[in-house]
Design a protein around this ligand. Structure first.
Ligand SMILES: *Cc1c(COP(=O)(O)O)cnc(C)c1O
Length: 217
């Protein structure tokens, strides 16, 4: 696979499920990839990237961002409250809001830095204890807090359990977004992004299908 293959697959899925191609944003997941591989994808005009760790994202993007000012960086991994300041400074979208404590830390930092980033709430649709995200039951309360403190939540994000049929989780996330009037749905990875598009994904997070396998180190 390659960026070109993934882009073509997205276009095909959009056509098949009667969605405009502009409805789906490809978030190229650059975690654990070399700088050369990232630059190669930048040269192919990809501009939206996802990283799951603040420190690694900093190393990857601190310099490249000045060179490519139109880059949009999404945080797609768990964020610790004590790294909220760094995350707000570096990223453009935070996809992994999953607690009231984190929501408050982010809202405070955004005010301090005057950088008001759109956020998604991560929902643990499979109720997996090792995974981040709020449970479906906790979602309305967290949304209410976010709205109360002025955190701009525009969407939901999920990572289905590896052994489950992903469509069930994508359908659930879509239902929740509709119920709460949220516009964005970040769902689908290398193994299942066409399925996610069929369920209304607006953002697909694709790593290995673009870059190849990640460096095991
Ligand atoms: C690594 C990662 C991805 C990309 O996974 P691939 O299977 O390589 O496409 C997507 N979303 C999250 C949250 C990730 O951590």
């Amino acid at each position: 696979m390659s960026l070109r293959d993934v882009t073509a697959t997205i276009a095909k899925a959009c056509a098949e499920f009667k969605r405009p191609a502009s409805a789906v944003t490809l978030v190229a997941v650059s975690k654990q990839q070399s700088e050369a591989a990232i630059i190669d994808v930048l040269h192919q005009r990809q501009r939206v990237f996802g990283e799951n760790r603040v420190q690694e994202a900093h190393a990857h993007w601190q310099n490249l961002r000045t060179q490519y000012p139109d880059i949009q960086l999404h945080l797609i991994g768990h964020l610790q409250t004590n790294k909220a300041a760094d995350a707000v400074a570096l990223f453009d979208v935070i996809e992994t809001v999953d607690s009231e404590k984190l929501a408050r830390a982010l809202a405070d930092e955004m005010k301090k830095q005057n950088r008001h980033l759109p956020c998604f709430i991560q929902v643990n649709t499979g109720d997996e204890p090792q995974k981040g995200g709020v449970s479906v039951a906790e979602l309305p309360a967290l949304l209410a807090v976010c709205r109360d403190i002025g955190l701009n939540v525009t969407g939901l994000m999920c990572i289905p359990p590896v052994d489950d049929v992903p469509g069930l989780h994508f359908a659930l996330l879509h239902k929740l977004a509709t119920l709460h009037g949220l516009q964005h749905l970040s769902m689908g990875m290398s193994g299942d992004y066409p399925v996610a598009i069929s369920y209304g994904a607006t953002h697909v997070r694709v790593g290995s299908a673009i870059f190849g396998a990640r460096d095991a180190a």
